[in-house]
Design a protein. Structure first.
Lengths: 279, 309
């Protein structure tokens, strides 16, 4: 009822002005890079804020990428590492959270606390030992090394958040299924189905930092064959620092996968982050 | 995990399902997170030849003529980095969240989605984008300042010792402002409409509603955002490494504990790396995080409890 009246007040105009202003600040740098990646060198410097026109349009930066950088390979590597870590964190995290939320046993509180400690302590502090461990296992320069570390680092938050989601699934459903003769694992599957929003939230919280990470690929798998998109882009930018067309094209390629995923699933992203935060 | 098999004492059948559900997660977490963190503390007490050295490495790090200035410099820079996030990122995030908490605002979801977009991208990309924009070579920042008549203010901020750290911190603020924004939004949306409506009927303006109702009610989130910001600082390596390089120039003015840790462990240029000293830097970071988290839990959080009803 108050909607119409309030929409035209000066306060609403002021709010829109502030929000539009900040939206511009947030998007301008990204748009600038994407735009200029399609422009000829003299147009990049001549008029940076102009969009590419027919006379300034070029793909020369992307051609350099195709010749000199294996960006398809980097994206595949990142997909393998992020995908495998995500599946492991969700599966193992859900199993552990299910046991902690649904069964009462003597060590459950202690175990929950033991796992929760990992939320606050950055795994990077164990780097010296992790590198020795990974080298000792013969896993240096493998995707598996990254997957193991990311999974271990992602589990604490996953267990913590999923536990809260599982606790909300009504116990009557579980009891009914048990009376019908369902075993522990059938019931787990059932609860998992009902806690899908929780899985989505945890999945997004887990995925973003893994995909974007530079530290672990740099330390555990810096080789050409295993490099992730973030590491590969970082190395490429360092090498081609004076080739502006190539640099802008590389940045654009590195932006696109995550931004596309975000824009398609933005509802899940935002709800996941907000919901995950509230739990 | 060792306590798992103990439970059957009370219940006759061995709860195998518990071992199956919990085993993999507990094992992976113990082997690749808990063990390395503890083992790293052990390594920090070893001499380079492998003998036990007690706290000698810590003493060296804190007092040695070559190491100590770097360490205390990084601690100081980390504090500045943290301070800028607390003073700039979190207030802007809160302001945006308050603006977005108006229920009848058109396009609320669109604003939120667009403003959050930079946060999902890699720090490496964001750092490089800003490096290009601030570069005197490209002149985008200079041109922008010129356009509003402030061209004379432009300086190559990233290259100057006095401004490099602030510049790098602001890049990070720009990228991560979406996180406090979302956390504060979630907390603000949880406040019942009736309370705010009642205050409005009583004649309270937006500022008064904010300071008397909204802020006190989201106080626990303010605490959580502060501690997340604090712990996040210790992970800040990627940005400095990709924008300023491993030496965190100019003259170590952007050196954070993360970059110091990396250089101490792996070595850089003339300096050779040392696993034990690297572990010592990590040990000090561990102590600082522990101190910060305890301060938060016992000081701030306890005082906030009364607001939660």
């Amino acid at each position: 009822m108050a909607q119409l009246r309030r929409a035209v007040t000066p306060t609403a105009v002021g709010k829109h002005a502030l929000l539009l202003g900040y939206t511009f600040i947030a998007l301008f740098p990204i748009a600038l890079v994407v735009m200029n990646s399609f422009k000829a060198r003299n147009a990049i410097f001549g008029d940076p804020v102009a969009p590419p026109m027919t006379d300034t349009f070029t793909l020369v930066g992307y051609e350099t990428l195709a010749r000199r950088g294996d960006f398809a390979g980097l994206i595949i590597n990142s997909t393998i590492v992020t995908g495998a870590s995500l599946v492991l964190v969700l599966l193992l995290g859900a199993m552990a959270a299910f046991a902690l939320a649904r069964y009462r046993f003597r060590a459950s509180r202690m175990l929950g606390l033991y796992l929760a400690i990992g939320i606050m302590i950055p795994i990077r502090l164990g780097t010296v030992s992790i590198l020795q461990l990974i080298v000792g296992m013969g896993l240096a320069n493998t995707h598996l090394a990254l997957i193991l570390v990311y999974t271990a680092a992602g589990l604490p938050l996953a267990v913590f958040v999923l536990q809260a989601f599982f606790a909300e699934v009504p116990r009557e459903l579980e009891d009914a299924a048990r009376v019908d003769g369902a075993g522990h694992f059938r019931i787990f599957g059932m609860v998992l189905q009902l806690a899908r929003p929780g899985l989505a939230a945890v999945g997004i919280l887990t995925m973003i930092p893994i995909w974007n990470d530079l530290w672990w690929p740099l330390i555990l798998a810096p080789g050409r064959a295993t490099a992730t998109l973030t590491l590969g882009t970082q190395q490429f930018l360092g090498q081609f620092v004076s080739d502006w067309n190539a640099v802008l094209a590389a940045l654009t390629i590195a932006i696109v996968p995550m931004l596309a995923l975000y824009l398609v699933f933005n509802r899940q992203f935002i709800r996941g982050l907000m919901g995950g935060a509230l739990k | 995990m060792a306590s798992l098999p103990r439970s059957p004492r009370r219940r006759p059948p061995i709860p195998w399902h518990l071992a199956v559900f919990l085993g993999p997660a507990v094992l992976l977490y113990s082997a690749f997170m808990v063990f390395p963190l503890l083992d790293s503390l052990r390594l920090s007490m070893l001499a380079p030849d492998g003998g036990f050295a007690g706290l000698e490495n810590y003493q060296r790090l804190l007092t040695d003529g070559n190491l100590a200035p770097r360490f205390w410099g990084a601690v100081q820079n980390n504090l500045v980095f943290f301070g800028i996030h607390m003073l700039v990122q979190n207030p802007i995030g809160l302001l945006l969240a308050v603006l977005l908490s108006t229920r009848v605002l058109r396009g609320r979801a669109v604003y939120r989605t667009l403003i959050f977009a930079p946060t999902v991208l890699s720090v490496v990309i964001i750092g490089f984008i800003w490096k290009l924009i601030l570069s005197p070579l490209w002149g985008v920042a200079e041109g922008g300042l010129d356009a509003i008549g402030l061209g004379s203010l432009f300086e190559p901020w990233l290259g100057l010792q006095g401004s490099a750290l602030i510049t790098v911190s602001l890049m990070s603020v720009w990228q991560f402002v979406g996180i406090p924004m979302l956390l504060f939004s979630a907390a603000l949306l949880a406040i019942p409409d009736e309370i705010i409506e009642a205050a409005r009927v009583d004649g309270a303006g937006p500022l008064r509603i904010f300071s008397r109702i909204q802020l006190p009610m989201i106080a626990p989130t303010v605490g959580i955002v502060a501690i997340l910001t604090f712990v996040g600082n210790f992970n800040a390596f990627d940005l400095v490494y990709s924008v300023q390089g491993g030496l965190a120039g100019p003259e170590f003015s952007t050196d954070l504990l993360g970059t110091l840790f990396y250089r101490t462990f792996f070595g850089f240029q003339l300096q050779s790396g040392s696993p034990t000293l690297g572990a010592t830097v990590a040990g000090m970071m561990f102590l600082m995080i522990l101190f910060g988290v305890c301060l938060f839990l016992f000081g701030v959080q306890r005082r906030l409890v009364r607001y939660e009803a």
